[in-house]
Design a protein around this ligand. Structure first.
Ligand code: APR
Ligand code: PHB
Length: 399
């Protein structure tokens, strides 16, 4: 088998890359270890930045998102029993976020690829990548009982944090930057109408809580918990009681409902540099992970593949490798801005076991500041709705 770009992983990064390449007249094959049903039902985050929304619409895969996605002009912060709203729309001159589940984006992208005849091979196994520093890198894998080889011009490693592409790069080539946090999130999906029209981020002495949603009938809620928390310790009544306590403000009640899905998500910051080795390019979670507090994971994956697709289109149309060679240096400034923002939101909103009363007072002062200073609120808002897709420090208005 032969293709121009072999893509490992059918998450948002791999699927959107394949779609953007198709629009640029470039052939690709997507290889995925899980089934179509599994990737279409995998519940992940659900906040799309304005730049992500624009790209999905411009590339023709935004119709259902425009119909069903919930456009939010603000978010709420709760702390010390108080409730403050940040008007994202006003603070960013008309930008907003759209609440639309990541698995819905995945469904839309799979549908678009299949309609266009783009091959996606699901349920493959034993994937390995070879010859990354040659002009014809290959991907070997097993489909049913047959071992196959896909010869490519380029390989895109879009196989997430636990994939095979990043570990295939020789040791010593990449520099790893990492931070683990001493807590996790217990997340639930509940069949209950949201109790607020907007997302609520709550700082409470018992720990962080988040009220989000997927539709007018489904609420998504999270609680800070121990990193090694057992779901068995959290019967429904305990989950609802804890959410009710941490999110409480006078005159507001949390609507409960049957819990449809539950899980524990670890919190980690992780980046590898560079994001390229020879003709292997890493994109999305394969190259970087952010703690979910800033809602940046999916949006970073989208920014990477936007940049990679542009570089590959330039290569195939003019034989120039400039953009490909600059892939890492183009992505990384924005990746680090998202890392900084996600770390900052996480640090401001969670209880750290060893922080003591001093850290608690500083966190409360920070929350007071971001909800009362226009400059501080603007800094939060412009990062939350997302920096421009190709953000570079030189292009900033302050020079
Ligand atoms: N071979 C083929 N596919 C693989 C392999 C492998 N060896 N290992 C993993 N995969 C697949 C996974 O099953 C998954 O479908 O790669 C895909 C990676 O998708 P994601 O984990 O969704 O990563 P990405 O596309 O980069 O999207 C980033 O996903 O993890 C969330 O919060 C994160 O929202 C962010 C987004
Ligand atoms: C979600 O809806 O899953 C969600 C929203 C905001 C976050 C993280 C997750 O910061």
């Amino acid at each position: 088998m032969r293709t121009q770009v072999g893509i490992v992983g059918a998450g948002p990064a791999g699927l959107l890359l394949s779609h953007l390449l198709h629009l640029g007249g470039i052939e690709s094959v997507v290889l995925e270890i899980k089934s179509r049903d599994y990737v279409e039902k995998r519940i992940r985050a659900g906040v799309l930045e304005q730049g992500t929304v624009n790209l999905l619409i411009e590339s023709g895969v935004g119709r259902r998102m425009q119909r069903e996605g919930l456009v939010h002009h603000g978010i709420q912060l709760r702390f010390a029993g108080r409730h403050r709203r940040l008007d994202l729309f006003q603070l960013t001159n008309g930008r907003a976020i759209t609440v639309y589940g990541q698995h819905e984006v995945v469904k839309d992208l799979i549908a678009a690829r299949l309609v266009a005849g783009g091959p996606i091979l699901f349920e493959i196994a034993d994937v390995s990548v070879h010859g990354m520093t040659t002009a014809t890198p290959t991907i070997r894998f097993r489909k049913d009982k047959e071992v196959l080889e896909l010869t490519c011009d380029f390989i895109a490693g879009c196989d997430g944090f636990h994939g095979v592409c990043r570990p295939s790069i020789p040791k010593g080539t990449l520099t790893l930057y990492e931070r683990n946090y001493p807590f996790a999130w217990l997340g639930i999906l509940a069949e209950a109408p949201p109790s607020s029209e907007e997302l609520i981020y709550a700082y409470h002495e018992r720990g962080f809580a988040l009220h989000s949603m997927r539709s007018h009938a489904i609420t998504r809620l999270y609680l800070q918990c121990e990193p090694d928390e057992e779901l068995a310790n959290w019967p429904d009544a305990r989950i609802w009681a804890e959410l009710g306590t941490r999110l409480a403000v006078p005159g507001w009640t949390l609507t409960e409902g049957p819990i449809l899905q539950r899980g524990i998500t670890g919190m980690r910051s992780f980046v590898v540099e560079p994001m390229q080795y020879g003709r292997l390019f890493l994109a999305g979670d394969a190259a970087h992970i952010v703690p979910a507090t800033g809602a940046k994971g999916l949006n970073l994956a989208v920014a990477d593949v936007h940049i990679l697709a542009r570089a590959l289109v330039e290569f195939y149309s003019s034989d120039k490798v400039d953009l490909l060679d600059r892939y890492s240096e183009t992505c990384l400034p924005r990746v680090w801005q998202a890392q900084r923002f996600s770390w900052w939101m996480t640090s401001m909103l969670h209880r750290f076991g060893d922080g003591g009363a001093f850290q608690q007072r500083v966190q409360l002062a920070e929350l007071e500041y971001v909800t009362s200073s226009r400059a501080a609120a603007t800094a939060l808002a412009e990062n939350y709705v997302g920096l421009p897709l190709g953000w570079l420090p030189e292009a900033s208005p302050l020079g």
